[in-house]
Write a protein that binds this ligand. Sequence first.
Ligand SMILES: Cc1cc2nc3c(=O)[nH]c(=O)nc-3n(C[C@H](O)[C@H](O)[C@H](O)COP(=O)(O)O)c2cc1C
Length: 186
Amino acid sequence: MKKNFQSPQEIRQQIWKELGRASQDRHHAWRTPVLATTGTDGTVNARTVVLRSADLASQTLKIYTDRRSPKVQELTNEPNALFVFWSPRLSWQLRVRVSFSNQASSSQVEAQWQRVKQTASATDYLGQLAPGSPCAEGHSAYTLPEEVNNFTLLIAQVLEIDWLELGRAQHRRARLLQNHWQWLTP
Ligand SMILES: Cc1cc2nc3c(=O)[nH]c(=O)nc-3n(C[C@H](O)[C@H](O)[C@H](O)COP(=O)(O)O)c2cc1C
């Protein structure tokens, strides 16, 4: 049965625990948040991504992507972005305001690639064409040699979490900064 977390400290801890679980568990609803960015032309853009890690101590979330994908250029232009998570089991929505201004070091990226390249998803980073470029058949026909992969790791610094709980009797909502908690009208 779902535990009813009451205090701000309990809720904050549980949010990060669930984010950590989601990064390890492919069945967790928070595994695949929507990441919204500002497009290079100033319009809104959003897409589903896989949450790869969530670290309470550093307040960071990590995702993998192809370094040629448009989101990388978008985040270089405008590092402020938003993740949206929804879990029916928890009845919790998170809107996580982040900044992608932290760069992963080349050794961090390389170490991660050494793991990713053993998996089936390695081909995601070995497409001959950049994501979003026109192609003949709806998929990338060729794969690049492993040494010229386009794998990269993006680090999001969490700035603020807007937490919303849908309850049967009542809803609860709060804004969480690293050292601050504010209840909000849902
Ligand atoms: C369930 C799901 C998970 C996805 N995970 C990722 C991911 O972790 N990284 C990624 O770059 N794209 C991921 N994608 C693809 C993106 O949604 C998107 O189509 C692609 O990255 C191109 O986005 P962009 O043009 O905004 O850069 C995923 C798509 C789905 C449906």
